[in-house]
Design a protein around this ligand. Structure first.
Ligand code: UD1
Length: 430
Protein backbone atom coordinates (compact mmCIF):
# COMPACT_ATOMS: atom_id res chain seq x y z
CA UNK A 1 0.00 0.00 0.00
CA UNK A 2 1.35 3.34 -0.99
CA UNK A 3 1.82 6.10 1.57
CA UNK A 4 3.19 9.61 1.55
CA UNK A 5 5.99 10.50 3.90
CA UNK A 6 6.52 14.19 4.50
CA UNK A 7 9.02 16.28 6.40
CA UNK A 8 7.12 19.42 7.27
CA UNK A 9 8.07 22.95 8.12
CA UNK A 10 9.34 24.03 4.70
CA UNK A 11 7.53 27.00 3.09
CA UNK A 12 6.44 26.10 -0.45
CA UNK A 13 7.95 28.43 -3.02
CA UNK A 14 7.74 28.48 -6.81
CA UNK A 15 5.34 27.88 -9.66
CA UNK A 16 3.06 24.96 -10.33
CA UNK A 17 0.92 24.03 -13.34
CA UNK A 18 -2.66 22.95 -12.75
CA UNK A 19 -4.16 20.05 -14.72
CA UNK A 20 -7.59 19.84 -16.35
CA UNK A 21 -10.65 19.69 -14.10
CA UNK A 22 -11.38 16.11 -13.04
CA UNK A 23 -15.06 16.75 -12.42
CA UNK A 24 -15.55 18.39 -15.82
CA UNK A 25 -13.57 15.64 -17.51
CA UNK A 26 -15.69 12.85 -15.98
CA UNK A 27 -18.86 14.28 -17.51
CA UNK A 28 -17.25 15.25 -20.81
CA UNK A 29 -15.80 11.76 -21.32
CA UNK A 30 -19.24 10.24 -20.75
CA UNK A 31 -20.84 12.78 -23.12
CA UNK A 32 -18.24 11.94 -25.78
CA UNK A 33 -20.01 8.65 -26.53
CA UNK A 34 -23.14 10.52 -27.61
CA UNK A 35 -22.03 10.71 -31.24
CA UNK A 36 -20.80 8.03 -33.63
CA UNK A 37 -18.04 10.36 -34.79
CA UNK A 38 -14.61 10.65 -33.15
CA UNK A 39 -14.16 13.11 -30.29
CA UNK A 40 -10.74 14.42 -29.25
CA UNK A 41 -10.45 15.62 -25.66
CA UNK A 42 -7.41 17.52 -24.44
CA UNK A 43 -6.17 18.79 -21.05
CA UNK A 44 -7.36 15.60 -19.42
CA UNK A 45 -5.91 15.07 -15.92
CA UNK A 46 -4.00 11.82 -15.54
CA UNK A 47 -5.76 10.65 -12.37
CA UNK A 48 -7.32 7.38 -11.27
CA UNK A 49 -10.99 8.40 -11.59
CA UNK A 50 -10.47 9.41 -15.21
CA UNK A 51 -8.65 6.21 -16.05
CA UNK A 52 -11.41 4.10 -14.46
CA UNK A 53 -14.09 5.95 -16.42
CA UNK A 54 -12.15 5.42 -19.66
CA UNK A 55 -12.13 1.68 -18.84
CA UNK A 56 -15.90 1.79 -18.23
CA UNK A 57 -16.37 3.50 -21.59
CA UNK A 58 -14.33 0.90 -23.43
CA UNK A 59 -16.17 -1.71 -21.35
CA UNK A 60 -19.42 -0.86 -23.16
CA UNK A 61 -17.67 -1.15 -26.54
CA UNK A 62 -16.51 2.38 -27.42
CA UNK A 63 -13.03 2.80 -28.92
CA UNK A 64 -10.81 4.72 -26.53
CA UNK A 65 -7.36 5.76 -27.77
CA UNK A 66 -4.99 7.52 -25.41
CA UNK A 67 -3.01 9.84 -27.68
CA UNK A 68 -0.79 11.03 -24.83
CA UNK A 69 -1.03 11.66 -21.08
CA UNK A 70 -3.55 14.49 -21.47
CA UNK A 71 -5.28 13.69 -24.77
CA UNK A 72 -7.76 10.96 -25.60
CA UNK A 73 -9.83 10.03 -28.65
CA UNK A 74 -13.22 8.42 -28.14
CA UNK A 75 -15.42 6.85 -30.77
CA UNK A 76 -18.82 5.68 -29.59
CA UNK A 77 -19.99 4.12 -32.87
CA UNK A 78 -19.04 0.62 -31.74
CA UNK A 79 -21.01 0.62 -28.46
CA UNK A 80 -22.57 -2.80 -28.14
CA UNK A 81 -23.91 -2.68 -24.61
CA UNK A 82 -25.94 -0.05 -22.76
CA UNK A 83 -25.32 -1.75 -19.45
CA UNK A 84 -22.40 -0.50 -17.36
CA UNK A 85 -20.54 -2.97 -15.14
CA UNK A 86 -20.79 -2.58 -11.35
CA UNK A 87 -16.98 -2.84 -11.06
CA UNK A 88 -16.66 0.68 -12.47
CA UNK A 89 -19.54 2.33 -10.65
CA UNK A 90 -18.17 0.89 -7.41
CA UNK A 91 -14.89 2.69 -8.02
CA UNK A 92 -16.29 6.02 -9.22
CA UNK A 93 -19.77 7.36 -8.61
CA UNK A 94 -19.46 9.65 -11.62
CA UNK A 95 -19.86 6.71 -14.00
CA UNK A 96 -23.54 7.54 -13.44
CA UNK A 97 -23.00 10.18 -16.14
CA UNK A 98 -23.23 7.27 -18.57
CA UNK A 99 -26.95 7.12 -17.64
CA UNK A 100 -27.69 10.51 -19.18
CA UNK A 101 -25.34 9.94 -22.12
CA UNK A 102 -26.67 6.46 -23.03
CA UNK A 103 -30.29 7.42 -22.43
CA UNK A 104 -29.91 10.47 -24.70
CA UNK A 105 -28.24 8.51 -27.48
CA UNK A 106 -29.86 5.05 -27.32
CA UNK A 107 -33.00 5.83 -25.25
CA UNK A 108 -31.89 3.02 -22.97
CA UNK A 109 -29.32 2.80 -20.19
CA UNK A 110 -28.59 0.37 -17.39
CA UNK A 111 -26.24 1.56 -14.69
CA UNK A 112 -25.80 0.03 -11.23
CA UNK A 113 -26.85 2.31 -8.38
CA UNK A 114 -23.78 4.02 -7.02
CA UNK A 115 -22.96 2.82 -3.53
CA UNK A 116 -22.62 5.00 -0.46
CA UNK A 117 -19.70 7.33 -0.32
CA UNK A 118 -17.65 8.24 2.67
CA UNK A 119 -18.63 11.90 2.69
CA UNK A 120 -22.26 11.14 3.46
CA UNK A 121 -25.38 9.85 1.78
CA UNK A 122 -25.53 10.91 -1.85
CA UNK A 123 -28.98 10.29 -3.34
CA UNK A 124 -29.59 10.57 -7.07
CA UNK A 125 -33.35 11.13 -6.93
CA UNK A 126 -33.04 14.44 -8.82
CA UNK A 127 -31.24 12.77 -11.73
CA UNK A 128 -34.05 10.21 -11.97
CA UNK A 129 -36.77 12.85 -11.63
CA UNK A 130 -35.22 14.62 -14.62
CA UNK A 131 -35.02 11.48 -16.76
CA UNK A 132 -38.67 10.70 -16.00
CA UNK A 133 -39.72 14.21 -16.96
CA UNK A 134 -37.93 13.71 -20.29
CA UNK A 135 -40.16 10.71 -20.94
CA UNK A 136 -38.10 7.79 -19.66
CA UNK A 137 -39.40 4.94 -17.56
CA UNK A 138 -37.00 4.54 -14.70
CA UNK A 139 -36.87 1.35 -12.64
CA UNK A 140 -34.51 0.03 -10.08
CA UNK A 141 -34.01 -3.69 -10.60
CA UNK A 142 -31.40 -5.93 -8.98
CA UNK A 143 -29.38 -2.93 -7.84
CA UNK A 144 -29.35 -1.21 -11.22
CA UNK A 145 -31.10 1.84 -12.59
CA UNK A 146 -32.82 1.00 -15.84
CA UNK A 147 -33.91 4.01 -17.84
CA UNK A 148 -35.78 3.41 -21.09
CA UNK A 149 -37.88 5.50 -23.42
CA UNK A 150 -39.71 4.96 -26.68
CA UNK A 151 -39.08 8.62 -27.36
CA UNK A 152 -37.63 11.34 -25.19
CA UNK A 153 -39.16 14.80 -25.22
CA UNK A 154 -38.31 18.22 -23.82
CA UNK A 155 -39.73 19.15 -20.45
CA UNK A 156 -39.83 21.79 -17.72
CA UNK A 157 -37.83 20.50 -14.77
CA UNK A 158 -37.29 22.13 -11.38
CA UNK A 159 -34.49 20.65 -9.26
CA UNK A 160 -35.45 20.41 -5.58
CA UNK A 161 -31.79 20.65 -4.57
CA UNK A 162 -28.97 22.32 -6.45
CA UNK A 163 -27.10 19.31 -7.77
CA UNK A 164 -24.08 19.39 -10.07
CA UNK A 165 -24.53 15.75 -11.05
CA UNK A 166 -28.27 16.01 -11.76
CA UNK A 167 -27.83 19.23 -13.74
CA UNK A 168 -25.19 17.64 -15.98
CA UNK A 169 -26.92 14.27 -16.35
CA UNK A 170 -30.25 15.86 -17.32
CA UNK A 171 -28.51 18.31 -19.66
CA UNK A 172 -26.87 15.40 -21.51
CA UNK A 173 -30.08 13.44 -22.00
CA UNK A 174 -32.05 16.58 -22.91
CA UNK A 175 -29.49 17.55 -25.57
CA UNK A 176 -30.93 14.74 -27.74
CA UNK A 177 -34.56 14.98 -26.55
CA UNK A 178 -36.74 16.63 -29.21
CA UNK A 179 -38.40 19.83 -28.04
CA UNK A 180 -37.44 22.39 -25.43
CA UNK A 181 -36.20 21.59 -21.94
CA UNK A 182 -36.04 24.21 -19.23
CA UNK A 183 -33.99 23.18 -16.20
CA UNK A 184 -34.58 25.42 -13.20
CA UNK A 185 -32.55 25.70 -10.00
CA UNK A 186 -29.62 24.31 -11.96
CA UNK A 187 -26.08 24.14 -10.54
CA UNK A 188 -23.79 26.93 -11.75
CA UNK A 189 -20.38 25.34 -11.21
CA UNK A 190 -17.70 26.04 -13.85
CA UNK A 191 -17.75 22.40 -14.88
CA UNK A 192 -21.49 22.59 -15.64
CA UNK A 193 -20.61 25.39 -18.07
CA UNK A 194 -17.71 23.38 -19.47
CA UNK A 195 -19.92 20.37 -20.18
CA UNK A 196 -22.52 22.62 -21.85
CA UNK A 197 -19.79 24.21 -23.99
CA UNK A 198 -18.53 20.77 -24.93
CA UNK A 199 -22.01 19.54 -25.90
CA UNK A 200 -22.59 22.74 -27.89
CA UNK A 201 -19.32 22.14 -29.74
CA UNK A 202 -20.83 18.75 -30.69
CA UNK A 203 -23.87 20.52 -32.13
CA UNK A 204 -26.15 20.68 -29.06
CA UNK A 205 -28.24 23.77 -28.38
CA UNK A 206 -27.81 24.63 -24.70
CA UNK A 207 -28.16 28.15 -23.35
CA UNK A 208 -27.89 29.62 -19.87
CA UNK A 209 -25.34 27.22 -18.34
CA UNK A 210 -23.70 29.09 -15.47
CA UNK A 211 -27.04 30.63 -14.47
CA UNK A 212 -29.77 28.83 -12.56
CA UNK A 213 -31.99 28.38 -15.63
CA UNK A 214 -30.63 26.25 -18.45
CA UNK A 215 -32.57 26.08 -21.73
CA UNK A 216 -31.97 23.19 -24.06
CA UNK A 217 -33.37 22.71 -27.54
CA UNK A 218 -33.06 19.03 -28.40
CA UNK A 219 -31.16 18.29 -31.61
CA UNK A 220 -31.36 15.18 -33.76
CA UNK A 221 -27.75 14.18 -33.45
CA UNK A 222 -24.35 15.29 -32.26
CA UNK A 223 -21.11 15.35 -34.21
CA UNK A 224 -17.34 15.24 -33.80
CA UNK A 225 -15.37 17.92 -32.00
CA UNK A 226 -12.01 18.67 -30.43
CA UNK A 227 -12.23 20.12 -26.96
CA UNK A 228 -9.89 21.23 -24.18
CA UNK A 229 -11.08 20.86 -20.57
CA UNK A 230 -10.98 23.83 -18.17
CA UNK A 231 -8.36 23.94 -15.39
CA UNK A 232 -9.15 22.23 -12.10
CA UNK A 233 -10.25 24.87 -9.61
CA UNK A 234 -10.00 22.42 -6.70
CA UNK A 235 -6.46 21.32 -7.50
CA UNK A 236 -5.56 25.01 -7.85
CA UNK A 237 -7.22 25.88 -4.54
CA UNK A 238 -5.44 23.01 -2.82
CA UNK A 239 -2.03 24.41 -3.85
CA UNK A 240 -3.15 27.90 -2.80
CA UNK A 241 -3.93 26.62 0.70
CA UNK A 242 -0.69 24.61 0.75
CA UNK A 243 1.13 27.91 0.14
CA UNK A 244 -0.89 29.61 2.91
CA UNK A 245 -0.44 26.88 5.52
CA UNK A 246 3.33 26.61 4.98
CA UNK A 247 3.95 30.37 4.96
CA UNK A 248 4.97 30.08 1.31
CA UNK A 249 4.88 31.99 -1.96
CA UNK A 250 3.36 29.98 -4.79
CA UNK A 251 2.10 30.91 -8.23
CA UNK A 252 -0.48 28.47 -9.57
CA UNK A 253 -0.51 28.60 -13.35
CA UNK A 254 -2.99 27.52 -16.01
CA UNK A 255 -6.03 28.57 -13.97
CA UNK A 256 -9.09 30.74 -14.53
CA UNK A 257 -8.83 33.20 -11.59
CA UNK A 258 -12.58 33.92 -11.75
CA UNK A 259 -13.30 30.29 -10.80
CA UNK A 260 -11.13 30.73 -7.69
CA UNK A 261 -12.84 33.84 -6.31
CA UNK A 262 -14.32 32.23 -3.18
CA UNK A 263 -10.99 30.61 -2.31
CA UNK A 264 -9.09 33.82 -3.02
CA UNK A 265 -11.47 35.86 -0.83
CA UNK A 266 -11.00 33.50 2.11
CA UNK A 267 -7.21 33.47 1.71
CA UNK A 268 -7.20 37.27 1.81
CA UNK A 269 -9.44 37.27 4.88
CA UNK A 270 -6.99 35.05 6.74
CA UNK A 271 -4.08 37.34 5.90
CA UNK A 272 -2.57 36.09 2.64
CA UNK A 273 -1.68 38.30 -0.29
CA UNK A 274 -3.26 37.05 -3.48
CA UNK A 275 -2.26 38.50 -6.83
CA UNK A 276 -4.28 37.64 -9.93
CA UNK A 277 -2.88 37.42 -13.44
CA UNK A 278 -4.63 36.44 -16.69
CA UNK A 279 -4.17 32.71 -16.16
CA UNK A 280 -2.32 32.49 -12.85
CA UNK A 281 -2.71 33.36 -9.19
CA UNK A 282 0.11 34.06 -6.72
CA UNK A 283 -0.43 33.38 -3.02
CA UNK A 284 1.96 34.73 -0.42
CA UNK A 285 1.70 34.15 3.31
CA UNK A 286 4.24 36.25 5.11
CA UNK A 287 2.75 36.27 8.61
CA UNK A 288 0.70 34.03 10.86
CA UNK A 289 -2.75 33.30 9.44
CA UNK A 290 -5.85 34.82 11.07
CA UNK A 291 -9.18 33.24 11.99
CA UNK A 292 -12.32 33.37 9.91
CA UNK A 293 -15.67 31.65 9.50
CA UNK A 294 -16.72 29.84 6.35
CA UNK A 295 -19.76 27.98 5.12
CA UNK A 296 -19.71 25.71 2.08
CA UNK A 297 -22.28 26.53 -0.59
CA UNK A 298 -23.00 25.74 -4.23
CA UNK A 299 -20.97 27.85 -6.71
CA UNK A 300 -20.22 30.75 -6.56
CA UNK A 301 -20.13 30.06 -2.81
CA UNK A 302 -17.18 28.49 -1.05
CA UNK A 303 -16.78 24.93 -2.45
CA UNK A 304 -17.35 21.91 -0.25
CA UNK A 305 -14.38 20.31 -2.02
CA UNK A 306 -12.16 23.02 -0.49
CA UNK A 307 -13.52 22.61 3.04
CA UNK A 308 -10.84 20.29 4.52
CA UNK A 309 -8.03 22.42 3.05
CA UNK A 310 -9.24 25.65 4.71
CA UNK A 311 -9.79 23.78 7.97
CA UNK A 312 -6.13 22.78 8.00
CA UNK A 313 -5.06 26.39 7.45
CA UNK A 314 -7.42 27.60 10.20
CA UNK A 315 -6.13 24.94 12.59
CA UNK A 316 -2.86 26.93 12.79
CA UNK A 317 -4.42 30.41 12.46
CA UNK A 318 -4.68 32.88 15.33
CA UNK A 319 -8.10 32.73 17.00
CA UNK A 320 -11.21 30.57 16.80
CA UNK A 321 -12.85 29.78 13.47
CA UNK A 322 -16.07 28.04 12.54
CA UNK A 323 -16.35 25.96 9.38
CA UNK A 324 -19.88 24.93 8.44
CA UNK A 325 -20.52 22.21 5.90
CA UNK A 326 -23.86 22.61 4.17
CA UNK A 327 -23.56 20.23 1.20
CA UNK A 328 -22.50 16.84 2.57
CA UNK A 329 -23.30 15.57 6.03
CA UNK A 330 -20.22 13.55 6.83
CA UNK A 331 -17.33 15.64 5.73
CA UNK A 332 -15.37 16.17 8.94
CA UNK A 333 -14.06 12.64 9.36
CA UNK A 334 -10.52 13.90 8.95
CA UNK A 335 -10.84 16.21 11.99
CA UNK A 336 -9.80 13.42 14.38
CA UNK A 337 -6.70 12.80 12.30
CA UNK A 338 -5.85 16.51 12.40
CA UNK A 339 -6.29 16.48 16.17
CA UNK A 340 -3.74 13.69 16.30
CA UNK A 341 -1.36 16.22 14.75
CA UNK A 342 -2.09 18.69 17.55
CA UNK A 343 -5.05 20.61 16.10
CA UNK A 344 -7.88 21.63 18.40
CA UNK A 345 -11.15 20.94 16.57
CA UNK A 346 -14.59 20.13 17.95
CA UNK A 347 -17.21 18.94 15.49
CA UNK A 348 -20.81 19.76 16.43
CA UNK A 349 -23.41 18.74 13.86
CA UNK A 350 -22.36 20.20 10.55
CA UNK A 351 -19.89 22.70 12.02
CA UNK A 352 -16.31 22.42 13.14
CA UNK A 353 -15.08 24.80 15.81
CA UNK A 354 -11.37 25.28 15.40
CA UNK A 355 -9.14 26.84 18.05
CA UNK A 356 -5.99 27.76 16.17
CA UNK A 357 -2.80 26.29 17.65
CA UNK A 358 0.74 27.63 17.21
CA UNK A 359 1.88 24.56 15.32
CA UNK A 360 0.98 21.04 14.22
CA UNK A 361 3.30 18.12 14.82
CA UNK A 362 3.89 15.24 12.42
CA UNK A 363 2.02 11.99 13.00
CA UNK A 364 0.83 8.91 11.14
CA UNK A 365 -2.61 9.68 9.71
CA UNK A 366 -5.00 8.13 7.27
CA UNK A 367 -6.74 9.78 4.29
CA UNK A 368 -10.51 9.21 4.66
CA UNK A 369 -11.41 10.57 1.21
CA UNK A 370 -9.96 12.50 -1.71
CA UNK A 371 -10.03 16.13 -0.54
CA UNK A 372 -9.49 15.35 3.14
CA UNK A 373 -6.49 13.27 2.07
CA UNK A 374 -5.01 16.25 0.23
CA UNK A 375 -5.71 18.42 3.28
CA UNK A 376 -3.82 16.00 5.54
CA UNK A 377 -0.86 16.28 3.18
CA UNK A 378 -1.04 20.07 3.59
CA UNK A 379 -1.11 19.55 7.36
CA UNK A 380 1.99 17.36 7.05
CA UNK A 381 3.76 20.02 4.99
CA UNK A 382 3.00 22.64 7.64
CA UNK A 383 3.74 20.44 10.66
CA UNK A 384 6.93 20.07 12.58
CA UNK A 385 8.61 16.71 11.97
CA UNK A 386 7.58 13.68 9.96
CA UNK A 387 4.05 12.84 8.82
CA UNK A 388 3.00 9.62 7.16
CA UNK A 389 -0.30 9.66 5.26
CA UNK A 390 -1.89 6.24 4.67
CA UNK A 391 -4.53 5.34 2.07
CA UNK A 392 -3.23 7.80 -0.52
CA UNK A 393 -5.13 5.87 -3.15
CA UNK A 394 -7.95 8.35 -2.41
CA UNK A 395 -5.68 11.29 -3.20
CA UNK A 396 -4.55 9.67 -6.45
CA UNK A 397 -8.20 9.61 -7.56
CA UNK A 398 -8.07 13.34 -8.17
CA UNK A 399 -4.56 14.80 -8.06
CA UNK A 400 -2.11 14.32 -10.90
CA UNK A 401 1.43 13.68 -9.63
CA UNK A 402 0.62 15.43 -6.35
CA UNK A 403 3.95 14.60 -4.74
CA UNK A 404 5.94 15.59 -7.85
CA UNK A 405 4.25 18.98 -8.04
CA UNK A 406 4.78 19.57 -4.30
CA UNK A 407 8.45 18.58 -4.61
CA UNK A 408 8.86 21.12 -7.42
CA UNK A 409 7.82 23.74 -4.83
CA UNK A 410 10.50 22.57 -2.40
CA UNK A 411 8.47 20.13 -0.32
CA UNK A 412 10.12 17.06 1.20
CA UNK A 413 7.54 14.44 0.27
CA UNK A 414 7.85 10.97 -1.15
CA UNK A 415 5.59 8.12 -2.07
CA UNK A 416 6.72 5.01 -0.22
CA UNK A 417 5.55 1.43 -0.10
CA UNK A 418 7.59 -0.21 2.67
CA UNK A 419 9.38 0.38 5.95
CA UNK A 420 12.76 0.33 4.19
CA UNK A 421 11.78 3.30 2.03
CA UNK A 422 10.46 5.14 5.10
CA UNK A 423 13.80 4.61 6.87
CA UNK A 424 15.68 5.80 3.78
CA UNK A 425 13.59 9.00 3.72
CA UNK A 426 14.15 9.61 7.42
CA UNK A 427 17.92 9.17 7.01
CA UNK A 428 18.00 11.51 4.02
CA UNK A 429 16.02 14.36 5.58
CA UNK A 430 17.74 13.97 8.95
C1 UD1 B 1 -20.17 16.96 -7.42
C2 UD1 B 1 -18.68 16.79 -7.40
C3 UD1 B 1 -18.18 16.76 -5.98
C4 UD1 B 1 -18.64 18.01 -5.23
C5 UD1 B 1 -20.15 18.19 -5.36
C6 UD1 B 1 -20.65 19.50 -4.78
C7 UD1 B 1 -18.31 15.48 -9.39
C8 UD1 B 1 -17.92 14.18 -9.98
N1 UD1 B 1 -18.36 15.54 -8.05
O1 UD1 B 1 -20.74 15.84 -6.77
O2 UD1 B 1 -16.75 16.72 -6.01
O3 UD1 B 1 -18.32 17.87 -3.87
O4 UD1 B 1 -20.52 18.17 -6.76
O5 UD1 B 1 -20.02 20.57 -5.39
O6 UD1 B 1 -18.51 16.46 -10.08
N2 UD1 B 1 -28.50 15.58 -3.92
C9 UD1 B 1 -29.77 15.06 -3.74
N3 UD1 B 1 -30.35 14.38 -4.78
C10 UD1 B 1 -29.73 14.21 -5.98
C11 UD1 B 1 -28.44 14.74 -6.15
C12 UD1 B 1 -27.83 15.42 -5.11
O7 UD1 B 1 -30.34 15.20 -2.67
O8 UD1 B 1 -30.31 13.59 -6.87
C13 UD1 B 1 -27.83 16.34 -2.82
C14 UD1 B 1 -26.55 15.68 -2.33
O9 UD1 B 1 -26.80 14.73 -1.34
C15 UD1 B 1 -25.78 16.87 -1.80
C16 UD1 B 1 -26.21 18.01 -2.73
O10 UD1 B 1 -27.41 17.58 -3.34
O11 UD1 B 1 -26.21 17.19 -0.50
C17 UD1 B 1 -25.19 18.36 -3.79
O12 UD1 B 1 -24.79 17.19 -4.48
P1 UD1 B 1 -24.31 17.21 -5.99
O13 UD1 B 1 -24.08 18.62 -6.43
O14 UD1 B 1 -25.21 16.36 -6.80
O15 UD1 B 1 -22.91 16.49 -5.90
P2 UD1 B 1 -22.28 15.50 -6.92
O16 UD1 B 1 -22.69 15.86 -8.32
O17 UD1 B 1 -22.47 14.09 -6.46
Amino acid sequence: MEQYIIKGGIPLVGEVDIAGAKNAALAILAAAIMTDETIVIDNLPDVRDINVLLEAISGIGAIVTRVNRSTVKINGSTISDVSVDYEYIKKIRASYYLLGALLGKYKHAEVPLPGGCNIGSRPIDQHLKGFKALGADVDILHGSIIAKAENLHGSHIYLDVVSVGATINIMMAAALAPGRTILENAAKEPHVVDVANFLNSMGANIKGAGTDVIRIKGVEKLHKTEYSIIPDQIEAGTFMFAAAATGGDVTVRNVIPKHLEATTAKLQEIGCEVEEFDDAVRVRASRRLRRTNVKTLPYPGYPTDMQPQITVALSIAKGTSIVTESIFENRFKYADELCRMGASIKVKGNSAIIDGVEKLTGARVSAPDLRAGAALVIAGLAAEGITIVDDIVYIQRGYEDFEGKLRSLGAEIEKVTCEKEIQKFRLRVG
